[in-house]
Design a protein around this ligand. Structure first.
Ligand code: KG4
Ligand code: ZN
Length: 368
């Protein structure tokens, strides 16, 4: 049995072929990052149009790479939400039409569940699994439980304001780095002193409604802005912005010689604070719920310091921890195919009226 997975929730057109026995046969991505870079963020209308332009070629490329054709596909899986409405609609309409034409079932996948399965597809982990899903749009803690091959989730923590990746992107943009700024900050942080700037983060009271391990990232974003103003860093930021804009496909390596020690220390301190905070809340939740293992996924899970810091503490606590392969940390369709698999086995198919769900949540809130 084989599933064709499709992901179009944001700015990546992803298609993957997932096989019952061989696992992932192929996964292809068309990234729109270069197009959105010019605007400093994803432009939803442009994202939808790009998905429409690319969905058919990316499907063909994924099938070719897997060495299969449409007749070898047993089900079509697609991201239902959360994400950008117009972007989601492109993938959903294509998937519906394809499933109808092939006479095969359609499976709706929650994007956040997909991020968790980007890890579960490569490692069997002791239950219950405590998953930190940390990306540009989300910072969530889930308790994931499998019963007879079917997964269910309890949302035991979430951000009250910005997502961690969003904080990275906003702080990096403020410092004149490229978009998305997360990977730039990651690369540059290694060149600064992480103890140089003291940030206060995470003094958020426990929330009602099951958000027992809340996050907040709006404060550190404002603190970076204040630090920039207080230390008169504007002129050097503007100079860096102009210099990087004149370089085609600029990277963090181009930014490095254009960052002074104060900027590098600020970036390193920002990252250190965010990483400590994510680790603190995750391990506190793991302890509170008696987690058997930890999964860290989503775009920010590509962060090197986060991986090192969390792997070290997990080892000290004797807790197994797993991260996605680097290529599967950010949005992709392999995770959609993998998350669809248990649904296919349980005959859990999407109704004909399935629609884009931009605000889709994963799992119920924890009680007690
Ligand atoms: O999962 P993803 O591709 O899309 C969403 O569902 O949001 O995550 C993208 C986010 C962006 O905010 C990006 O800056 C961040 O992940 N990111 C990183 C790193 N790589 C990607 N943040 C910190 N360090 C990284 N190495
Ligand atoms: Zn994502």
């Amino acid at each position: 049995m084989r599933v064709l997975g499709i992901e179009t929730s944001c700015d990546e057109t992803g298609v993957a072929v997932y096989d019952e026995e061989a696992g992932l046969l192929s996964h292809r991505l068309h990234s729109q990052i270069v197009m959105h870079q010019a605007y400093g963020g994803v432009v939803p209308e442009l994202a939808s149009r790009e998905h429409l332009r690319n969905i058919v070629p990316v499907v063909h490329a994924a099938l070719a790479e897997a060495g299969v054709s449409f007749k070898d596909i047993d089900a079509v899986a697609v991201t239902e939400g959360p994400g950008l409405a117009g972007a989601l609609l492109v993938g959903i309409l294509y998937a519906k039409a394809l499933a109808f034409a092939l006479g095969k079932p359609l499976i709706a996948v929650n994007h956040l569940e997909g991020h968790i399965h980007a890890v579960l597809m490569q490692a069997a982990l002791p239950a219950p699994v405590l998953a930190l899903v940390v990306s540009g749009g989300h910072t969530h803690l889930y308790l994931a439980i499998e019963i007879d091959g079917a997964w269910s989730y309890r949302n035991v923590g979430r951000t009250l304001d910005d997502a961690a990746g969003e904080a990275y992107d906003k702080a990096g943009k403020l410092l004149g780095l490229g978009y998305p700024a997360g990977p730039w900050m990651d690369a540059l942080a290694a060149h600064g002193n992480p103890q140089a700037v003291k940030f206060n983060i995470g003094n958020v009271k426990q929330q009602a409604g099951g958000n027992q391990f809340p996050f907040s990232f709006s404060g550190i974003k404002t603190a970076v802005l204040r630090y920039v103003e207080t230390n008169a860093m504007r002129a050097s930021i503007d100079a860096r912005k102009v210099a990087l804009a004149s370089i085609a496909n600029a990277t963090a390596q181009d930014a490095l010689p254009r960052c002074d020690a104060m900027t590098l220390d600020l970036i390193a301190s920002f990252q250190h604070t965010v990483v400590q905070y994510l680790a603190r809340q995750t391990f506190a939740a793991a302890e509170a719920f008696g987690a058997g293992s930890i999964v860290v996924s989503g775009g920010v899970s590509a962060n090197r310091e986060l991986r090192l810091r969390m792997a070290k503490e997990a080892a000290e606590r004797g807790l197994p921890i797993a991260f996605p392969a680097m290529a599967l940390a950010t949005d992709n369709a392999a995770m959609i195919g993998a998350a669809a698999w248990p649904r296919l086995l349980h005959g859990d198919f999407a109704p004909d009226a399935m629609n884009a769900a931009p605000q889709l949540r994963l799992g119920g809130a924890a009680v007690g």
